[in-house]
Write a protein that binds this ligand. Structure first.
Ligand SMILES: Nc1ncnc2c1ncn2[C@@H]1O[C@H](COP(=O)(O)OP(=O)(O)O)[C@@H](O)[C@H]1O
Ligand SMILES: [Mg+2]
Length: 187
């Protein structure tokens, strides 16, 4: 019952019995923009110039980035390089390969002159197993290289579900996982 609830002011004080303008709504905090911590300084630069550039200056902690493109355009190679860079920067990184075998990924890592050798590998397509495995380790970054299927409407539906599951898993671990609208990209 809204009228019997205490309302919270922006400063955190509670004003007993104060009604909100919209009946049933709760009063949310309204901090000044200057008091909101900017993520700019916290962006993680991979050092791969173009990759950092398209992300607006590096990876925002807690964000999910979907890299798409035609088969053969270089996604797997780029993402293994990104994983290698993150690992070199001291971020514990897991590369999940749903498409290629461990040997194929190993051979690609060798072609990248060993820069991704310290990245951990999981050969798996089942999201539940990926999340459980990732959750059992202290990881800073996960790269998931999905399989080669072209995107279809049904595929977008699956991605939408996966995004929600990953957001829920991040949420459960106290990682700010962006807004709920992120999944709308796939609607
Ligand atoms: N930056 C690059 N320059 C030259 N060749 C590349 C580059 N990135 C990938 N390749 C080559 O292109 C081919 C396809 O790359 P791959 O990463 O498997 O693409 P995708 O994952 O998009 O299908 C591979 O033979 C790879 O060695
Ligand atoms: Mg690939």
């Amino acid at each position: 019952m809204a009228t019997s609830r205490a309302s919270a002011t922006a400063s955190g004080r509670r004003v007993a019995g104060q009604k909100s303008m919209a009946e049933g709504g709760s009063v949310a905090p309204t901090p000044r923009l200057r008091d909101i911590k900017s993520s700019e300084g916290r962006r993680l630069k991979t050092g791969i110039k173009e990759f950092d550039f398209v992300l607006g200056g590096g990876i925002v902690p807690g964000s999910m980035v979907l890299v798409g493109g035609e088969p053969g355009i270089g996604k797997s190679t780029l993402l293994l390089q990104v994983a290698g860079r993150l690992q070199e920067l001291g971020r514990s990184t897991l590369y999940v390969s749903g498409e290629e075998s461990a040997l194929q990924v190993k051979l690609r890592a060798e072609r990248l002159h060993g820069s991704a050798e310290d990245v951990s590998l999981l050969n798996e397509t089942l999201l539940e197993t990926i999340l459980a495995t990732a959750g059992s380790q202290q990881l800073d970054a996960i790269v998931v290289d999905d399989n080669r299927r072209p995107l279809t409407d049904a595929g977008l539906g699956v991605i939408r579900q996966h995004v929600r599951a990953v957001q829920a898993a991040m949420d459960a671990r106290g990682i700010a996982a962006g807004s709920a609208t992120a999944a709308r990209l796939f609607s």
